[in-house]
Design a binder for this molecule. Sequence first.
Ligand SMILES: Cc1cc2nc3c(=O)[nH]c(=O)nc-3n(C[C@H](O)[C@H](O)[C@H](O)COP(=O)(O)OP(=O)(O)OC[C@H]3O[C@@H](n4cnc5c(N)ncnc54)[C@H](O)[C@@H]3O)c2cc1C
Length: 618
Amino acid sequence: MDTESMESTPKTTHPISNQNKIAPPGCSFLIQQTNPQDIFITEEWTEEARMIFNTTKEFCTKEIFDVIKSRGAEFDVHDDLEEVVVILEKAANLGLCGVSIAEEFGGIDLDFNEGLLFSEATAYGFSFATTIGAQVSIGSLPIVYYGTQAQKQQYLPGIADGSLKAAYALTEPSSGSDANSGKTKAVFNTDKSKFIINGQKLWITNGGFADVFIVFSKIEADENLSAFIVERKFGGLTTGAEEKKLGIKGSSTVAVFFENCEVPVENLLGERNGGFKIALNILNTGRIKLAASTMSGCKIAVEESVKYAKTREQFNQPIANFGAIKHKIGQMGVLAFATEAAVYRTGYNINLKVDEFLNNGKTENESKLGAIREYAVECSLLKVKCSEAVDYCIDECLQVHGGMGYMAEMGIEMGYRDARITRIYEGTNEINRMLSLAELTKRALKTKEVDLVSAGKKIPGYLASQMLPMKSNAGWKQEERIVKNIKTLFLLLSGRAGQQLQKKLADEQEMVMNYANILGEAYIAESVLLKVQKIEKNNIHTGVDFEIRKKAMQVYLYEALNICRKEAYDSINAYASGQEKFWLKKMTNVLLPDYDINAKDFRRDIAEYFYEKGGYGF
Ligand SMILES: Cc1cc2nc3c(=O)[nH]c(=O)nc-3n(C[C@H](O)[C@H](O)[C@H](O)COP(=O)(O)OP(=O)(O)OC[C@H]3O[C@@H](n4cnc5c(N)ncnc54)[C@H](O)[C@@H]3O)c2cc1C
């Protein structure tokens, strides 16, 4: 199918009717039960949204995936920088660089969830996902959200039509995770008409060809960063050689040097000292977009594994027949299915929250930023879970390909190397785990947005109820109980540790990681259960199509229980002793019962279903 310009796509606001839907508060999943009808599932994409996906996927497949396969070598900016720039410009011609930009500035302004679908499709471009991601997300959203009308007018049309290439420059040699500690300095010139910037940025995506850089720097002796729109042509801005990297070799990554770079004061973005806030808010957006594209990587891993397993024969039969191979393919499918449910549940909630804020009189930008901020915890959890899922999936995909997976010609080893960065950028996974807990704690104790205190008070009664035998496991009772128990486990363990260790808990990072992992499992497990419940209730898939989806959900819950059991024991052993330790372990066992399913057979069934469908069949 030919790719078709998205600029001609008629624009409707949100893909599905939001009438009568209320956005749940961020983090409320932890303490509230969600009605399956209130979540968005991908079966509900409109034709328009599907077209966005198909156009983007076809573009990335034709321009990158197929080219890599036919020439047997990946794009490498050391040799192919111009070619990569041309592909970005072709993408812009199709409207793909304007997905986040308002129509008045030449974009197509997708709603948030459609934007995630776009990110999912870009994964078919491998490292190009990073290139176009920097253009449409971190490199331009600071202007979209914080720019003045004049700044938007000046820069956004060029970014949308590809005549301007954008980059986001925060990291410095001495300032990575500690992003506010950068040494780059901006001072006023004598008549205060310009800032003079000196310093250095490191590993800037698109830096090798970008015309416009969002630069974060402190002004004079300020405590916090400010943000600036800096054009290469201002002078005093030079870029280093392309870095030699493990993966995403088709994406430009360079150092950026500022030597008396003169920036007009009108190019200050947002408020002085407000840059750190901009940086963090933009990264929240980047995180969930990255979650969407890494989740897509899991699906691609399934597709490639199925294709190869069906054709590669050993011991006189296709390797697809072997249980060990079915296990891998089934488990990849489970991860893709479950993380997808959580990604688009969150994206839709962000859409609803935008509407709610708009209805309450906030401006469009305030509404968009506020909505993303509302789900900061979910965005961090998703970034962690999806980036780790894609690493698992591509590793297993390589294994399915055996020695052939190790050879460059199949492109699998490229995917393996490309995927690894996703645990590092947009905030490392360690930082995101800590952020999710810190933000949740703030909302519980400081701003009181999430009532964990009341939830905590209900735990003893709930634990007592769980010690009694279940009256019935009919319907979804068992699965609902598992999800509720994982949430309760999180509240119990993090609450007890918080009481015992108080502020010292933040220094016990290993335990913070344990709790963040349990929280992430709770969110994904609930999302995939809700999705399957909605599918059943609305008769969306029936027969075997439904049963296999249900099995995928059940295997996810089965694994989540195992993960949470380990995380719980690790955290208890890390600090508790005596009666406290005994009791916490006992309660962990009460909350995480045996889930009596045959996960082996379920994974086999999922793999066979994919074989029949010829790829990722969900
Ligand atoms: C290919 C590539 C492209 C990039 N593109 C961009 C870009 O476009 N723009 C940009 O601004 N930056 C970019 N970056 C930088 C990226 O965002 C940083 O690498 C990332 O934020 C981590 O910083 P760091 O590498 O300095 O690691 P560090 O901060 O030095 O961390 C090293 C390790 O220590 C851990 N750690 C750090 N602090 C803590 C803590 N408090 N507690 C526990 N553990 C901790 C980290 O999790 C990590 O495991 C890019 C990086 C790469 C590799």
